[in-house]
Design a protein around this ligand. Structure first.
Ligand SMILES: CCCCCCCCCCCCC/C=C/[C@@H](O)[C@H](CO)NC(=O)CCCCCCCCCCCCCCC
Ligand SMILES: Nc1ncnc2c1ncn2[C@@H]1O[C@H](COP(=O)(O)OP(=O)(O)OP(=O)(O)O)[C@@H](O)[C@H]1O
Ligand SMILES: [Ca+2]
Length: 539
């Protein structure tokens, strides 16, 4: 095809068959879209090139479509466009449309032009490393990947190296050995725990290769540019739900194929200058720590274990005494009490990205410790939750902190003080409805860039106990079971895994890693408009 100045192709406008009718079909490179219109009514629709999955020449006769007299008059040539159809509740599906015409040259021209445009989508992955946890969630990981995801990757010409894990930490250890730089991304099929493994492998590998000591809590970590894709097959799938808006394997596979990119904040957790873990979703002490500890013994129950242990933990109503010191996140523009949530193209996260780029330009990798003051809070808490993202999941569709941002360089620290069981239940119920879960006198929320926690027990024994989290010398107050006073520590739930220490030091690293996602898309009137003008609706 002849090119316009600047290498652009002219607009391609042809009369092509689709279904039983003839349509005016336009390929508009400038608009980055392929469009359909049907004269004279000119009802039309457009599919952005970025949402086309693949284009293939099609043997028309095999389709056996009844298109009337055309079929008898001449040999027909056809090509099929596979594209993303956006359905309700952020669900994406792969649909196809087969266009036909009598002119073979025209058909080839269209196929070639579309393929060239797809080639130009540089953010799309070509080679992926896939880890499947066959035991996550309802143990469906392998089936989900083979039946729902692999066929889509092969349609989009993505080549894959697949590892089915044989034990915990298999994926993490493997990421320290393989040549990760030959891949455009790493995919994990499993739940939040499996994601955490892959994240630890990738971030750890990046630091190792750059000579950064993860044990130094003040070290500036090297960003990881190899994106991670999550195919949800776990019990909570909170990270997938909070970054895509739904936990659905096909939707996630399509976000990977179109090459989405969502930066993500990561918190580092240390104890006594020793690195413990990274966290992207929930760091929870008290209620969520106790649920996790109890639920680990009930893994055989599958996802139900959380409801069982949740109910048990709710009834036990333990509270824990301790001290929290935090530095407020002054650089970010939002507040945890905002009514607006973080959505695709979020302005607040974009501002943080700009600030980060400027900081890196000024200081290189050197971390500048802020002079801001530390605020200190002592008290008795039912739950201490620090979240880097909303933590929305099917159990709590708006999450633990509905206005938390995916990539603003801060975490929301939620303190639920000792209160009655009834009040705590009112608080929990608000995780599931539209009411403000922070509008209680016993709940406080702060947007922070770092914090430290020490339990009363560690403070009291600091002089003679090196690692209080590992010692178990306290017991529940057996004489007064009803008072719920608790002289043992709780444990931290770090993205679904328990930490050994109760005394921890946490720092948020702005946009340390990237996902194949785009954040949750705004569900406005556009959604209705989109579905009205879809190809299926026109036919
Ligand atoms: C009355 C209904 C209240 C329902 C309250 C539902 C709150 C659900 C909040 C979910 C927050 C998830 C945060 C994500 C954490 C993940 O990094 C982590 C790894 O996957 N998952 C968990 O730790 C797994 C955590 C799973 C937590 C399940 C909590 C279930 C609580 C049930 C309380 C029942 C009280 C009933 C009293 C009659
Ligand atoms: N082959 C394996 N055998 C046993 N454990 C494994 C294997 N592969 C991975 N794991 C471990 O299983 C743990 C849980 O897996 P995963 O997160 O996929 O499921 P889940 O716990 O049911 O879901 P969620 O984390 O969403 O609650 C992970 O921490 C991971 O380290
Ligand atoms: Ca954040």
């Amino acid at each position: 095809m002849e090119r316009l100045p600047g290498g652009r192709r002219p607009r391609l406008v042809s009369s092509l068959g689709l279904g039983r009718r003839s349509w005016e079909v336009t390929l508009d490179e400038e608009r980055g879209a392929a469009g359909l219109a049907r004269p004279p009514a000119r009802r039309n629709c457009f599919v952005p090139i970025s949402e086309i999955i693949a284009v293939e020449e099609t043997e028309f006769n095999k389709k056996q479509r009844n298109i009337g007299r055309w079929q008898k008059m001449a040999k027909l040539h056809a090509f099929t466009v596979h594209y993303v159809k956006k359905a309700r509740n952020h669900r994406w599906r792969c649909r196809d449309a087969t266009f036909w015409c009598v002119d073979e040259h025209l058909c080839n021209q269209w196929t070639q032009a579309l393929k060239e445009l797809l080639e130009m989508q540089k953010s799309r992955p070509k080679q992926l490393l896939v880890y499947i946890n066959p035991y996550g969630g309802k143990r469906q990981g392998k089936r989900i990947y083979e039946q729902k995801v692999a066929p889509l990757f092969s349609l989009a010409s993505i080549s894959t190296d697949v590892v089915v894990t044989e034990h915990a930490n298999h994926a993490k250890d493997n990421l320290f050995e393989v040549n990760i730089y030959k891949y455009d991304g790493v995919v994990c099929v499993g739940g939040d725990g499996m994601f955490s493994e892959v994240m630890h492998g990738l971030i750890g590998r990046m630091q190792k290769d750059s000579g950064i000591d993860q044990n130094n809590p003040k070290a500036s970590l090297v960003q990881c540019n190899i994106r991670i894709g999550i195919i949800p097959a776990g019990s909570t799938d909170c990270i997938c739900y909070s970054t895509v808006g739904i936990s659905d394997p096909v939707t996630s596979a399509l976000h990977i194929i179109v090459g989405d990119c969502q930066p993500l904040d990561v918190s580092s957790v240390h104890h006594n200058n020793t690195f413990l873990k990274y966290s992207v979703s929930l760091l929870g002490y008290g209620f969520y720590g106790d649920i996790l500890k109890d639920s680990e013994k009930k893994r055989w129950m599958g996802p139900m274990r959380y409801d069982y242990s949740g109910f048990k933990t709710f009834l036990s109503h333990h509270y824990y005494e301790g001290t929290i010191a935090y530095q407020p996140a002054k650089q970010t523009h939002g507040s945890p009490r905002d009514k607006e949530s973080c959505r695709t193209g979020c302005y607040i996260c974009k501002q943080s990205e700009k600030q980060l780029a400027e900081q890196n330009k000024e200081h290189g990798l050197k971390h500048e410790e802020g002079e801001e003051e530390w605020k200190v809070i002592k008290g008795k808490f039912l739950a201490i939750n620090a979240v880097n993202m909303s933590c929305a999941c099917p159990r709590s569709p708006k999450g633990l902190s509905p206005a938390a941002h995916l990539a603003d360089g801060s975490a929301d620290l939620i303190l639920v003080r000792k209160c009655s069981r009834f009040n705590f239940l009112r608080y929990l119920v608000r995780h599931t409805n539209q009411d403000d879960q922070f509008d209680f006198p016993f709940v406080d929320v702060y947007r922070v860039k770092c914090f430290q926690f020490t339990s009363k027990l560690s403070e009291d024994n600091e002089s003679n106990v090196m690692d209080i989290g590992k010692k178990r010398f306290g017991q529940f107050c057996r004489d007064h079971p009803a008072c719920c006073c608790n002289i043992v520590n709780s444990t931290w739930n770090c993205d679904g895994e328990t930490l050994d220490s109760s005394a921890i030091e946490v720092r948020v690293h702005c946009q340390l890693m990237k996902l194949f996602a785009r954040g949750i898309e705004e569900d406005c009137k556009d959604e209705a408009a989109h579905s009205q003008s879809s190809i299926e609706q026109l036919l």
